[in-house]
Design a protein around this ligand. Structure first.
Ligand code: ATP
Length: 298
């Protein structure tokens, strides 16, 4: 289990991470969120033992992270760190050996991974000849070839088409089901919502929201009502507790302050022709925008 305890990191006098604490249990997917410059990459580097915190500590299975531990950790970034003149096979052998594996084991695992990603035919092709999406698959394989117990995914889906996103999602969920703990960073909240049971949101290195996604959503009182039919936007906007009304794809999205407003909205449109009336929780995207916005306003 990974424990990040009261970690602070300065670059010179610049405070990049400010008293950050969280835990990731075995088989859990954890979301580390934040706007650009929030401190995510700095946190990942500290977890991997590439940067020392100025304060606090990070342990994995109760032991401080050092060079011997990093073999248990896998890392996939959005920056392409592949040696593009090598073939896929050469590249993965290189990474596998760095992680202390023997070649026979690497090749056995590589075949399984290539098959999983439907790219077995590229095994002996140079990386520079592969499409971006396929290069990203190789990058992913290089991060998991040693079967890490903790996998760090920094924007793993950036630049992928929807079919490849789905393929990556299946692979990540499969790793989770085998007990791998995963820390996941993405600017796309729908990806976080799909995967992460637990998360923190950082603003300028400080936690502004943390906890289990289902609790965060429950505690966040604002909701949306989705309505299809003949409704008067101006009448809806007059209702106290209605925060906003927008029309998207012939569907009105009515943002309300809390559950108590649902009935008022329902009554207001009860005489209209309505084909849909659904109350849903706010999306993580809405929560993120509000929390990060509030923190910047302070
Ligand atoms: P992004 O989403 O844009 O990748 P991030 O959340 O990963 O951002 P970090 O890269 O961790 O953010 O940066 C946190 C803060 O520390 C930023 O203000 C950044 O400018 C600063 N910073 C990062 N690396 C260094 C460095 N090597 N020297 C000085 N300041 C740095």
């Amino acid at each position: 289990m990974l424990k990040v305890k009261d970690v602070t990191k300065y670059y010179g006098s610049h405070l990049a991470v400010d008293h950050l604490s969280f835990e990731v249990n075995q088989g859990e997917i954890f979301g580390l969120l934040g706007a650009n410059g929030a401190g995510k990459t700095t946190t990942f580097r500290m977890i991997m033992g590439l940067l020392e915190p100025n304060q606090g500590n990070i342990t994995f299975d109760e032991k401080p992270i050092d060079y011997t531990m990093t073999d248990k950790i896998g890392f996939v970034t959005e920056e392409r760190s592949l040696l593009t003149k090598l073939t896929v096979k050469e590249q993965i052998i290189y990474y596998g050996i760095l992680k202390g594996m023997v070649e026979e084991d690497i090749l056995e695992k590589l075949d399984i991974w290539l098959e999983k990603f439907h790219i077995s035919e590229y095994k002996n092709r140079k990386i520079k000849e592969l499409s971006k999406g396929n290069q990203q698959k190789i990058q992913f394989i290089s991060g998991v070839i040693h079967s890490p117990q903790l996998l760090i995914l920094d924007e793993p889906f950036s630049g992928l088409d929807p079919i490849n996103v789905k393929m990556f999602q299946e692979v990540i969920l499969d790793l989770k089901s085998k007990g791998c703990s995963i820390i996941f960073s993405s600017h796309q909240m729908e990806h976080i919502e799909l995967f992460c049971e637990k998360l923190v949101i950082l603003v300028k290195g400080k936690v502004v929201l943390s906890g289990y996604l289902k609790d965060i959503k429950k505690e966040y009182r604002k909701k949306n009502i989705l309505i299809e039919g003949d409704v008067s936007v101006s009448e809806l906007k007059k209702i106290k507790g209605v925060l906003d009304v927008t029309l998207l794809n012939q569907e009105y999205q009515v943002k309300i302050e809390s559950d108590a407003i649902v009935e008022k909205v329902f009554q207001a449109i009860s005489k209209s022709r309505i084909t849909k009336f659904v109350v849903e929780e706010a999306s993580l995207n809405e929560i993120f925008i509000e929390k990060v916005g509030e923190a910047y306003d302070e």
